[in-house]
Write a protein that binds this ligand. Structure first.
Ligand SMILES: *Cc1c(COP(=O)(O)O)cnc(C)c1O
Length: 412
């Protein structure tokens, strides 16, 4: 077979896994039992402090290496003050969707500032990155179109294509030669979707080559830079800056504001006419309440910090380099990632859980990431760094990793 098409009829299908359609409460109980037995059952930690290098969980203070607060802005005093002042000026909630009366001066100013920072003609705010992906993909593709997805794309990109009704082609992670062949034999509307920085591996997509392919083959290219925006590039403009690119057709940038920016929300940046079209057609933009304007004010404050305080990216990169060389000395095998996401692949879910628990017993919080968030057999510790981590913090992590039984951290 030259290529495999996953047909997506124009209605929402139940997931293909056998046994996932749960009709009765008894079926649900059995499924929960099965998840527990397979070490795939998920629970939530209850955080009792703001995000930071150290957090409180269950009455204990733990050194945390698992947030996406890469620049340490989620608990920054200036961002908090802007949130508080914003609430005093604009109220607690937006009270309406953007197209009715929910679009405030705070949203408008933030859109203009994000567009300028990203080097785009225009930007459009969405409530979350998940919703931005659903909105933009359904606005650009219908059931006559074709979505091309890297196999390791974020769930929201996968779901976005599914919801659009388009046919979907998934190519092996980073296999752009394969993508090129698929593009060559496809007629009609085409959209390539990719993470900029892959969320569970930390590696960077070759956006320069993807952009060239998109241009050559008449496809759109959506780069979801949830983990790169604010972090990569000399000025923090993300994966596009890393490659010297700007969000101009066919390239569309999605940035999120709940990670490096420390607040909440997301935006699409691109050509003015594209943004104008999304305002008319993106259903997850139109049919939902606008973000609280105070959150937009907080994000404006964090954007100023992201743009001005290069030391945060420098500190982060120093910690990443320190960790990589320490891990190499311990003989740990990391993925090839230049970003704050430094996963240690352990293989099975039970091994990942055991390693996470052993670290926790040493006062260190690192979450185990298991299927279906990552492919079967690639359960991992997803270690992430923040500009707030000190040299001593990273040393403590390395010392704790050194004490783990080697069969736990060094899979055959
Ligand atoms: C976190 C994430 C999202 C979702 O963004 P939210 O604003 O949290 O909804 C989308 N894409 C990627 C790659 C992500 O990591």
């Amino acid at each position: 077979m030259l290529w495999q098409v996953i047909p997506m009829p124009n209605k929402i299908q139940p997931r293909a896994h056998p046994g996932t359609v749960k009709v009765m409460l008894n079926d649900i109980r059995e499924e929960l039992q099965r998840l527990r037995a397979q070490h795939l059952y998920r629970t939530r930690r209850v955080l009792e402090s703001p995000q930071g290098a150290e957090v409180r969980v269950g009455g204990e203070t733990l050194l945390s290496f698992c947030s996406n607060d890469y620049l340490g802005l989620a608990n920054d005093a200036r961002v908090i003050a802007a949130l508080r002042d914003g609430a005093e000026r604009h109220g607690a909630g937006s009270g309406a969707s953007h197209l009715v009366t929910g679009h405030s001066v705070a949203h408008h100013a933030l859109e203009e500032e994000l567009a300028a920072f990203a080097g785009a003609e225009r930007a459009l705010l969405f409530s979350t990155g998940y919703m931005a992906n659903l909105g933009v993909v359904s606005a650009l593709l219908d059931r006559h179109g074709m979505a091309f997805e890297d196999k390791l794309n974020h769930a929201s990109l996968i779901d976005a294509a599914r919801l659009s009704g388009a046919a979907v082609q998934r190519y092996a992670h980073g296999d752009l030669t394969r993508l090129e062949k698929l593009l060559a034999v496809t007629e009609g509307g085409k959209l390539i979707l990719t993470d900029g920085v892959f969320s569970m591996g930390g590696d960077v997509a070759d956006v320069a080559r993807l952009n060239a392919l998109a241009k050559q083959r008449g496809a759109w290219l959506l780069v979801d830079d949830a983990h790169g925006f604010g972090v990569l590039g000399a000025h923090g403009r993300g994966t596009l800056e890393h490659f010297g690119l700007q969000p101009r057709a066919p390239l569309i940038l999605l940035g999120t504001l709940g990670k490096a920016f420390g607040t909440f929300g997301a935006f699409i940046a691109g050509d003015a006419d594209l943004i104008d079209y999304l305002i008319q057609r993106a259903r997850t933009y139109i049919y939902t309440t606008a973000l609280p304007p105070a959150v937009a004010e907080a994000t404006r404050a964090s954007l100023r910090i992201v743009a001005e305080e290069d030391w945060r990216r420098e500190a982060l990169n120093a910690r990443i380099a320190q960790f990589q060389s320490g891990a190499a000395q311990l003989g740990l095998k990391l993925l090839d990632s230049p970003t704050p996401i430094q996963p240690l692949i352990l293989g099975d879910a039970q091994a990942a859980m055991a390693a996470s628990e052993a670290l926790r017993a040493r006062g260190i919080l690192v979450t185990a990431i298991r299927p279906p968030t990552v492919p079967a057999g690639s359960a991992r510790l997803r270690i992430t760094f923040s500009a707030l981590h000190t040299h001593a913090h990273v040393e403590r992590l390395l010392e704790a990793l050194a004490t783990l039984p080697s069969e736990n951290v060094k899979p055959a």
